[in-house]
Design a protein around this ligand. Structure first.
Ligand SMILES: *Cc1c(COP(=O)(O)O)cnc(C)c1O
Length: 238
């Protein structure tokens, strides 16, 4: 089987999973976007996914992503999503290529992205605000990233007040080994509460290859899928 046929078959399988999970949850499948996560896979795979009609891609490491964005610069209308942990010193670079960042978890990072987006706009490298999803920590492990739930309202207000960032919603990853169901239920409550103050923050980035059904049951609007689409990654991810 060619790589295109492999990817095409995986896309069909994922559409079916998303569709049946949506129906089971009484939701319209059109409310849920599939975000292919292409980290550790070559730019040539992204080009094939583009030919298959995909226009949004998720990457988790700044340097790797920037390289692919440069390689694929001729593809029009692509939206790149930064979904992995982000150091403040990479904010400026990310602001040049990212449509959205799903992993904003501190005021300092938000401020750096705001400044980076301002600079990118001034340099003519982008003409839109940067969409920002706040990553919420569902465990208390700071090494995995995410803002603690009690600090979320303040961070949301701060992002909403910036000039160049657009508060789009929330993202979370369930704790390793945990049953995702109660975790996504908790996340859905946090999202509901956030939208009282920030009704524009409609996105909920939740669910991956192994737990997208549970995430869809709890309001996900974007499932980030790597393994179930691309195959097993050559190296484990960070
Ligand atoms: C790698 C990654 C994914 C994709 O995970 P799979 O289990 O391979 O689908 C989703 N979200 C984030 C933040 C990731 O780093």
């Amino acid at each position: 089987m060619t790589r295109t046929a492999e990817l095409s078959r995986a896309l069909t399988g994922l559409s079916e999973r998303i569709e049946s999970a949506s129906r089971a949850a009484g939701r319209d499948p059109a409310e849920i976007r599939l975000l292919p996560v292409t980290k550790f896979f070559p730019a040539s795979d992204i080009a094939l996914l583009y030919e298959l009609g995909r226009r949004e891609f998720g990457e988790s490491r700044e340097q790797e992503a920037a390289g692919k964005v440069a390689d694929l610069g001729q593809l029009s209308e692509v939206r790149w999503h930064m979904i992995g942990r982000l150091q403040r010193n990479k904010a400026k670079s990310v602001a040049r290529w990212a449509y959205a960042v799903h992993s904003v978890d501190s005021e300092r990072l938000a401020a750096a992205l705001d400044a980076g987006t301002a600079a990118a706009r001034e340099a003519g490298l982008r003409d839109t605000p940067l969409r920002v999803l706040l990553q919420v920590s569902l465990d208390s492990d700071p090494s995995r990233g995410g803002v603690a739930p009690h600090d979320l309202p303040r961070l949301a207000d701060q992002v909403a007040e910036t000039e160049h960032l657009e508060l789009a919603g929330l993202m979370a990853i369930p704790p390793l080994g945990a049953d995702p169901e109660p975790e996504f239920a908790r996340l859905a409550k946090l999202h509901e509460r956030l939208r009282i103050d920030h009704p524009e923050a409609t996105e909920l980035s939740a669910g991956m290859s192994g737990d997208l059904e549970a995430a869809i049951r709890h309001g996900s609007t974007c499932v980030r899928v790597g393994t179930a689409l691309m195959g097993t990654r050559p190296i484990t991810s960070g």
